[in-house]
Design a protein around this ligand. Structure first.
Ligand SMILES: Cc1ncc(COP(=O)(O)O)c(C=O)c1O
Length: 401
């Protein structure tokens, strides 16, 4: 059979038309389409506004800067995630405190956060692993209980009065928890629209906030603060400067460069119109995998326990840590044209974090999750037949090997 793809983008004629419109419009970088995408993101998230950016990585880094996180500070992150969750902490000069994930899922847990909090902790970044929102309500309770040991060193920290909670929502665009939509569950939420994500602008990200007043700012001020931070600290963007006679500007801080172009935003706006349909299809694929694997010795992560998962990744776990056997299963599936992947190598297993002193023994639970994990293809170009082919092949391979 022809090999299936692991996570191809779902690009339709309307997306191509939307991008072509921007290319013909005479304005291709950040402009009216990016603003429209931001409005749609805010609407989806139930938040006052959103700022579109170049990536989730850029959004998380900008979030830490807005929160005044820097040298001498600590930020708690889970071991079971992609490097971006933690590397951004070091990019702003702070230290990522990597905690283990021994709970019923490899999400960041409240007990591990409570144990890792110190007087230097300024933020926690929780990850909506696989599209399932993290436990923001209970983690927030832990942070509220810690206020006595929190030392505010920046105006936003002072206004918040506790350790900030940032959502790495790279996987969870469009998801909902019992308490509300992703985007409004943490103090700041960072989305990714990378090519493999549920809503793909090739590269892209965005930040939303629950309430700017919690950070002592108005929504307009917070919007402008993020925009300045990702546009050279400049008082006007290129579009504003291009209007006749409006050339003058100032640079009020040594800012960064991480804005989203209207070309990318056109893909975002276009796909947003069918996001609900895309997410429903993803959930249907997961439900079918659940049926096909019900009796097989492998357990799919539960996306249906509560709320509405964005069904981004089909993480599946073998009963026991078994890297050799997992390798055989992955090779066996590849030989049958079924692509799989592994999410995630814990941060403590990666060279860059080991150079910072971390050891895999620091996070035994994350290591065991990793050693048991195989990610199945989950995307909207899979036909019903493809899903059956994958589910049946996985059931056979994990039973046989
Ligand atoms: C959990 C997680 N966080 C952050 C990122 C980074 O997203 P981006 O590529 O948009 O910076 C990714 C990307 O795969 C991710 O999986």
């Amino acid at each position: 059979m022809t090999a299936l793809s692991f996570s191809p983008p779902d690009i339709r004629e309307e997306d191509i038309a939307a991008v072509s419109d921007v290319l013909r419009s005479g304005w291709i970088t950040t402009g009216p389409v990016a603003r429209r995408f931001e409005d749609l993101l805010a609407e989806m998230s139930g938040t006052p506004d959103a700022v579109a950016m170049a990536s989730a990585t850029a959004a998380m880094e900008a979030s830490l800067r807005v929160l005044g996180v820097g040298p001498g500070d600590e930020v708690i992150v889970p071991a079971y995630t992609y490097t971006a969750t933690a590397s951004v902490v070091h990019h702003v000069g702070a230290r990522a405190v990597i905690v283990d994930t021994p709970g019923a899922t490899p999400h960041l847990g409240p007990d591990e956060v409570a144990a890792a909090l110190t007087e230097r902790t300024k933020a926690v970044i929780a990850v909506d692993l696989a599209g399932i929102p993290a436990a923001y309500d209970v983690i927030t309770e832990v942070l509220e209980a810690h206020t006595g040991r929190f030392h505010a060193e920046a105006p936003t920290q002072d206004a918040l009065g506790r350790v900030a909670l940032v959502a790495d929502a790279a996987h969870s665009v469009g998801a909902r928890a019992a308490a509300g939509s992703v985007g409004s569950l943490a103090d700041l939420t960072c989305y990714s629209f990378h090519a493999v994500k549920n809503l793909a602008t090739a590269e892209g990200g965005a930040v939303t906030w629950r309430a700017a007043s919690d950070l002592g700012m108005s929504d307009d001020d917070l919007y402008r603060a993020f925009r300045r931070d990702i546009l050279h600290g400049q008082t006007k963007d290129a579009l504003a400067k291009s209007k006749g006679g409006s050339w003058d500007y100032d640079i009020v801080e040594l800012g960064h460069k991480a804005n989203m172009t209207d070309i990318q935003a056109a893909l975002g706006v276009s796909q947003m119109a069918r996001l609900a349909e895309l997410l429903e299809r993803r959930r249907a694929v997961l439900r079918r995998y659940d049926e096909l694997l019900a009796d097989a010795p492998i357990e799919l992560m539960d996306h249906f326990a509560s709320g509405e998962s964005a069904a981004h990744l089909a993480l599946a776990f073998l009963p026991e840590p078994a890297e050799d056997r997992r390798g055989e299963i992955i090779s066996g599936l590849a030989a049958r044209g079924v692509p799989t992947n592994v999410h995630y190598k814990p941060l403590t297993l990666l060279t860059a974090y080991q150079r910072l002193g971390w050891r895999q023994e620091d996070t035994p639970a994350a290591l065991a999750w990793y050693q048991r994990e195989i990610t199945l293809p989950l995307h909207t170009l899979l036909t019903d037949d493809d899903v059956d082919t994958v589910g049946t092949a996985v059931a056979e391979e994990v039973t046989r090997r």
